[in-house]
Write a protein that binds this ligand. Structure first.
Ligand code: FAD
Length: 809
């Protein structure tokens, strides 16, 4: 045996064992066998065996390894470990991980992804969406709400209460509807298509707020009292966390409560005196019960040995003396009820704390746990529903509106933004379905909820900008017929609330993801915090060596994927999606490797290196978004007609991942490490492009052509053709225009004349008088012209109609 062959065999074995994530002992035994073979052929001598023994024995004998390797490393780790505040710790502990963990760990199991059941609506949920939801969509006049009365009209409030729109999540035993997360998402998607004020008003009480907190943590007495009243709409809740001084840094709220004795309802009780100044609180101006977050203090140590008990949540009736409430903010012309509230020394009994006095100081944990669920439902669903409706409307408008004698949607410049909107609509529906499906499987997916919140609200904002550009002046001139402008104006609201997006991208997605999804980091941190030294050493040793093997394996996998173009990786399907699965697996391995190297080389500094953290988060997020898109395609029966949506969405995610890695490496603080990373991940340079013009063309064609793919894209949205619904009417005009085109061509051809397309009624007259077309065909042309003129029309007003009427003082 030649030494070269033996060395090749040794490298192959090392690579194979690391690629398959073999244990240290299996690797050592296999290597020993290879050495024995080498000895047989006189390649391996005594010196090599001694060297092997010096390395392998300490690594494989627990006591030696722990004493001489793990213990000193544990001591160093304790010193460099980032200090975590209790609020950070509670945020990390909250919720669960799901398929996000697979994506983070470098080798996703695609069969597992496709085996998760596709969420479905129950009969009752279906009936609710086809009944009350459809009815309220027909009742809403968004211009009246946003421009004329700056509120929902009384009959809509009444309808919402009577039909339990505020009780979607409340259990049936308390009179609620107890719908699944998936059903909530479909309801919000439909509502947001017609009015963002309506969707926000319904979304908030069903999201993070008293209802959810009471169900999760309330005492039986609190649940029995409040939940039926919330379900019937007798109580209107709001939840007040944000203060002028504490927005994103919500853990630093200055609002406080002091435990003391006092009088309540004529009785002497143990209670707390609360003082707060909150702002931006949705539903506060009309709320009857205020969920309040404050810091509880016990200076006289009445209930605890601690004086500062921490963030606590309580339910406060808003009619108590000392409370100021009722004034309104005016969020970007989307006037849902939102405003400030103050309280000065408001005394309430201790059992107003949600969960009773035992839950004093547990408020932050309660909030972040509920946020893990709520953040994946409300804002992502509102965003997805908005974009689905806008995608159909913009596709229809692009086909109907003509300039330069052709539909604007046929122009390459328009195809580009139109394709982005179409692909976003497909992907966003996929992400809400998969994420709410995870919740219905019992998960509280904290990392996924941050990904969904950030990326869907951003995609909604960019889609609104694209739609406005495509509509030109039609989008800009406001009035009852403008179906875009309010959504465009209001887009930054979703971006700002429930964790402002820059913060979410910079800190939360990767910050939580890295610790929660990584197979060993959490165990290492826990071991370092364990006061039982023996247990700490055992746990740390186990996690550390698992971690080292995991890191080596990810480097090996990344290099292998780069050198082979990932073409040998497995895929659950051997069709046109095969390459996508392979590339996603590759990026997953890259993420696992980059993540470990960033943590190892930057240590505690990684927390402050937000741009690195954000780019790692972008990789994880795009892995999730692409996986959800592929799952939707599979769940819907792999309909090839829809494939352009999948192609555009997935290829865009792949490109974004490459871009994030490229930027990360270019800006990596240690330039030597950066060079090594580039050599491993991009040995031949970056190679993925944005989705091609050809795919964009196909997507924009799908958006402009009535058919099953377009119908699936808008599924669940309010498109009823009742004459009053703008979106339903747009669909009708689109069909009329397409149907009358051959008739128009017939007339032009018979008269040997290119007639203008904007006077179809005249084309009809000419066609009839020259016996070219039938009466039905003439009627179709005339109707299409009426519809076409309605579509391109914009509103105008008398001057004084636009002047704000200021009430006399
Ligand atoms: C219409 C509306 C409705 C709301 N409803 C409610 C409600 O019902 N209840 C409630 O309690 N609150 C509510 N909020 C508050 C909302 O959650 C906060 O606005 C949000 O948390 C951000 O706080 P802030 O606006 O003070 O921004 P700031 O905290 O001042 O942030 C300003 C900017 O700095 C960025 N930033 C902050 N920290 C970091 C960081 N570490 N790294 C990078 N960037 C960072 C943010 O992303 C943001 O872009 C609402 C807000 C609005 C506008």
């Amino acid at each position: 045996m030649d030494i070269i062959i033996w060395l090749f065999a040794a490298i192959s074995l090392t690579w194979f064992m690391s690629y398959t994530r073999a244990s240290l002992s299996s690797y050592s035994l296999s290597f020993a066998a290879l050495m024995a073979l080498g000895s047989l052929f006189n390649i391996i001598g005594i010196v090599s065996w001694l060297l092997f023994a010096v390395i392998a024995l300490p690594l494989n004998i627990d006591n030696i390894r722990q004493q001489f390797i793990s213990m000193p490393l544990l001591a160093i780790f304790k010193k460099i470990m980032p200090q975590m505040s209790s609020t950070e710790q509670e945020a990390i502990d909250a919720g669960t991980t799901w398929f996000d963990a697979d994506l983070f760990r470098g080798n996703p199991d695609w069969k597992k992804l496709h085996n998760y059941p596709r969420p479905r609506l129950s009969t009752q949920e279906h009936a609710f969406i086809d009944g009350p939801v459809e009815q309220i969509c027909a009742m809403v006049n968004d211009w009246h709400i946003t421009h004329e009365i700056a509120d929902l009209p009384p009959e809509i409030w009444q309808f919402l209460k009577e039909n339990k729109f505020f009780a979607l999540i409340i259990k049936k035993q308390y009179g609620g509807l107890e719908f699944s997360a998936y059903a909530q998402s479909r309801i919000l998607q439909k509502l947001t298509g017609v009015s963002s004020v309506l969707a926000s008003t319904v979304g908030v009480p069903n999201s993070l707020g008293p209802g959810e907190l009471l169900q999760e943590y309330g005492t039986k007495a609190q649940q029995d009292y409040y939940l039926p009243r919330l379900a019937s709409g007798e109580e209107i809740p709001c939840f007040a966390l944000t203060s002028p001084e504490a927005g994103s840094d919500a853990g630093s709220i200055p609002d406080f409560g002091i435990i003391c004795h006092g009088q309540f309802d004529g009785k002497d009780v143990l209670g707390m005196k609360l003082t707060w100044d909150k702002r931006y609180i949705t539903l506060a101006p009309i709320a009857t019960v205020l969920g309040l977050a404050f810091k509880l203090q016990d200076p006289d140590k009445i209930i605890s040995e601690q004086q500062d008990l921490g963030i606590t949540c309580a339910l406060i009736p808003t009619n108590l003396p000392g409370i100021t409430i009722g004034r309104r903010h005016f969020p970007l012309n989307v006037p849902f009820q939102n405003g400030p509230t103050q309280g000065s020394e408001v005394f309430v009994p201790l059992d107003f704390i949600i969960g009773g006095a035992d839950m004093a100081g547990q408020g932050w944990r309660m909030l972040v746990e509920c946020l893990s669920v709520g953040r994946a439902i409300t804002l992502p669903s509102n965003s997805a529903g908005g974009v689905k409706t806008v995608a159909l409307a913009t596709g229809a408008y692009s086909r109907i509106r003509r300039q330069f004698k052709m539909p604007i949607g046929k122009m390459e410049g328009i195809e580009e933004p139109l394709a982005r909107i179409g692909a976003n609509a497909y992907l966003m529906d996929a992400v809400t379905t998969m994420s709410t499906g995870a919740i219905d499987l019992g998960e509280k997916p904290s990392v996924i909820s941050a990904i969904a919140k950030y990326h869907l609200t951003e995609k909604m904002r960019s889609s609104m900008i694209d739609a406005m550009d495509i509509h030109g002046g039609k989008g800009i001139c406001m009035g009852p017929n403008n179906y875009l402008a309010r959504g465009y104006q209001g887009a930054p609201i979703a971006v700002t609330v429930e964790g402002a997006n820059i913060l979410t991208r910079s800190m939360i997605i990767y910050g939580q993801g890295a610790i929660r999804c990584h197979p060993y980091v959490l165990a290492e941190l826990e071991a370092a915090n364990n006061s039982d030294n023996e247990q700490a050493l055992n746990d740390f040793d186990h996690a550390l060596f698992g971690h080292i093997g995991f890191s080596i394996s990810n480097i090996g996998r990344s290099l292998w994927c780069s050198l082979t173009g990932s073409r040998f990786l497995g895929s659950p399907y051997n069709d046109e999606t095969r390459r996508y699965y392979q590339l996603l697996t590759r990026f997953s391995a890259n993420l696992a490797m980059l993540s470990d190297i960033a943590m190892l080389s930057l240590g505690a500094d990684l927390k402050r290196k937000e741009r690195i953290s954000a780019r790692l988060g972008d990789i994880l997020s795009n892995l999730y978004l692409a996986s959800a898109t592929l799952k939707r395609y599979n769940d819907e029966g792999r309909k090839t007609a829809d494939f352009p949506f999948v192609q555009y969405a997935v290829e865009d995610c792949l490109y974004e991942m490459q871009h994030a890695i490229d930027e990360l490496i270019s800006n990596f603080p240690n330039k030597i490490i950066a060079k090594c990373l580039r050599a491993i991940i991009f040995p031949l340079g970056t190679w993925l492009n944005k989705p091609s013009d050809e795919i964009a063309h196909k997507v924009s064609e799908l958006l402009q052509t009535p058919g099953s793919s377009r119908t699936r894209l808008g599924q669940g949205q309010y498109l009823t053709r009742d004459g009053c619904n703008i979106f339903g009417r747009l669909e009708q005009v689109l069909e009329d225009i397409i149907n009358c085109e051959p008739i128009y061509e017939k007339v032009c051809h018979a008269l040997n004349k290119k007639l203008p397309f904007y006077q179809l009624n005249k084309v009809a007259e000419l066609g009839l008088t020259n016996n070219i077309i039938s009466n039905e065909e003439a009627e179709l042309l005339t109707n299409a012209e009426l519809g076409r003129q309605w579509v391109i029309a914009v509103d105008d007003f008398k001057s004084d109609e636009l002047t704000a009427s200021i009430p006399a003082l």
